[in-house]
Design a binder for this molecule. Sequence first.
Ligand code: HEC
Ligand code: HEC
Length: 360
Amino acid sequence: MNIRRSLFQAAQAVPRTLLKHVAVLSLGLSTALAAQAEDKTVFKAGHASLQQWLMPEVPYPEENVPTDARVELGKMLFFDTRLSGDGNMSCATCHSPLYGWSDGLKTARGFQSKVLGRATPTIYNTAYQSIQMWDGRKKTLEDQALGPMVSSDEMNIGVDGALAAVKSNAEYQALFENAYPGQGVTGETLSMAIASFERTVVSNNSRFDQWVKGNKKALTKREINGFKLFVDPEKGNCAVCHSAPNFTDDSFHNIGLASFDNPQADMGRYAIKPIRILKGAFKAPTVREIAHTAPYFHDGSAATLEDVVEHYAQGGASKSNLSPNIKKLNLNDKEKADLVAFMKALSSEEQAFTLPVLPN
Ligand code: HEC
Ligand code: HEC
């Protein structure tokens, strides 16, 4: 990473990332280069330099320790269509385990099948994100959870409506009392339960993770080469934004999607934070479990991972307000295929998921 590039990043980063880059800048050139040489990656299963890519324990807020009772309750609420205005939409309608906790659609279908403006992100590893939504307008999972119930485009029931639906059910009342003793059925306990469930939807044991932990056979040569290209600043340069350990820097970038040239283009982060560099910038999603969550990008414009890689190889389609880290890439066809193979190795085998039994 060169210093100029980190300056640009600092300008578009969220405060936490900003601090990190400011720290690099203040080290001075020689120290920064020395530090870089030290963390040079060695592409051998189990090597110390790879350990930064392992997911740490799932973080949670002090006031919402994820007990079994909370997780089980949250799982029911996540799948319960009674939390919607017309009784046929739950969180899982759009964030379905069948589609990697997304919906397989270009952009989401909302209340009465209205086609919405943005794609449904996966909830895999949202527990690790310091900021939520494509434009970062929510901070925590607790902050986010009531939003879809309130939105007239989504579940369209409102907080009072959702609480009334839960409170009219004796079994739910008892489950809330068990999960949050003495705290009642409130917007707060409702969102805390849902967030507790979301914190169990974690990807941390893909074949890539097994290789990082030392299993030589977990990745093929091709996939390892794909990982090399992914982190190499002179080749894919992907890890500059899709960084360790969750393959995201939790920050916002304009990657030059063709839709940004539309007169009514979605401005992304700029609508929340009106700084020029954030026009058309969206949060970098995790690349974990990516094989399960096609199509890709906030506008669903890439149908396959091959399309995604081609987009980056061309240095983006729209060139206006483009991130300085998006430029034409020097990749041949084999290298592009290796990148795709690597990303697929970040996805785990389909796992059985047990649906909750909902209160009557
Ligand atoms: C109609 C489809 C739909 C429903 C129903 C829905 N979501 Fe979403 N969800 C989306 C879309 C679309 C986004 C991205 C919107 C944006 O960024 O503007 C999103 C974003 C999120 C995010 C942020 C993910 C990230 O990586 O930033 C979380 C967490 C989430 N939803 C959880 C939930 C929960 C919990 C519920 C139920 C209470 C729910 N969603 C209901 C479509 C849906
Ligand atoms: C400048 C930062 C940046 C670089 C460099 C970058 N990405 Fe991204 N990536 C993003 C952002 C931001 C998005 C979401 C953009 C949007 O939808 O508007 C994204 C989206 C994606 C997606 C789709 C995720 C989803 O759930 O829809 C994939 C896959 C991906 N990138 C892979 C790569 C690969 C492979 C490379 C290297 C060849 C790469 N990225 C380089 C920032 C970056």
